[in-house]
Design a protein around this ligand. Structure first.
Ligand code: ADP
Ligand code: MP5
Length: 268
């Protein structure tokens, strides 16, 4: 029988289709991994911001996890938005039973600036979930929170990546430079080596879902058994294309994940 790579995302929703579970599943599909999802929160949001949040009851999160894990193979998984400590506890308890690399996108606020997780949950995420990861993918503000210092230069980014691994216990750290000026450069530290991944900065406001799409692409490639370096390298190309090909739809920060539609010519 042919083998299929299976990737799981544990995250919140985005009915406008640009971020969260929706971006993750579209990315898994585009990269030819079989996509599965556990929904933590239903989020009423669009390109302009977050309008309302509804948290899925804890038993239901646990049940969704059980439904997937008890029946399906999982070759890599990621977490995105996990709104509060109780949800984090439920997820942390199940993680050790998933024998696959764990990629954490430490989502804290939406591109619009709206908070997606409770203030007190940030500490729990850092102390309890981070040490379970194979890779964590903070942007600059998230890296600053994790290490408790300002990150203003590429040198600071490299130091942050090292400190997230050595001081906080992450398996590896990818500190993303989307929030700095100049080249869009990200640094990966795997415990021994710093690697950089760079792309020309694209002049666009359509960046809704970039972090989700990037971490989902890494997860998809890891599910296909690529090395961490190869997975990040290919995912960086994917997210750059996704930002380049984004359509200016919606009144705010447009979604990034439409380049495949553009390439295949199915648009008006
Ligand atoms: N304007 C841009 N042009 C090119 N790449 C970008 C741009 N903005 C972000 N990126 C890249 O997109 C990815 C997501 O980064 P970032 O925006 O920092 O994360 P987040 O979406 O979590 O805030 C990174 O690889 C980053 O370098
Ligand atoms: C449910 C959910 N999860 C994550 C994000 C962050 O999106 P981004 O990738 O733009 O940082 C979001 N807006 N909504």
């Amino acid at each position: 029988m042919e083998k299929v790579a299976c990737a799981l995302t544990i995250a919140g929703t985005d009915p406008s289709g640009g971020a969260g579970i929706h971006a993750d599943l579209k990315t898994f599909q585009e990269l030819k991994s079989y996509g599965m999802s556990v929904i933590t929160s239903v989020v009423a949001q669009n390109t302009t911001g977050v309008q309302a949040l509804h948290h899925v009851p804890l038993e239901m999160i646990e049940q969704q996890l059980y439904s997937v894990i008890s029946d399906m193979p999982v070759h890599a998984f990621k977490t995105g938005m996990i709104a509060n400590i109780d949800m984090m506890k439920v997820i942390a308890k199940k993680i050790p039973s998933i024998a696959a690399p764990y990629v954490m996108d430490p989502v804290m606020v939406a591109t619009s600036g709206d908070p997606l997780i409770e203030e007190q949950a940030r500490d729990f995420l850092r102390k309890e979930l981070l040490p379970l990861t194979a890779l964590v993918t903070p942007n600059i503000p998230e890296a600053e929170f994790l290490i408790g210092r300002k990150v203003e230069t590429t040198d600071d980014m490299k130091k942050a990546a090292r400190s997230i691994v050595h001081d906080l216990g992450a398996g590896a750290a990818l500190v993303k430079g989307g929030h700095l000026d100049g080249e869009a450069v990200d640094f990966l530290y795997d415990g021994t080596t710093i690697y950089s991944f760079s792309a020309k900065r694209i002049n666009t406001k359509n960046t809704h879902g970039t972090g989700c799409t990037y971490s989902a692409a890494i997860t998809a490639y890891l599910s296909q058994r690529l090395s961490l370096y190869e997975a990040v390298d290919k995912a960086k190309h994917f997210v750059t294309k996704a930002i380049k090909g984004a359509f200016p739809i919606g009144a705010g920060n447009g979604p990034t994940n439409h380049w495949a539609i553009r390439e295949k010519g199915v648009f008006q």
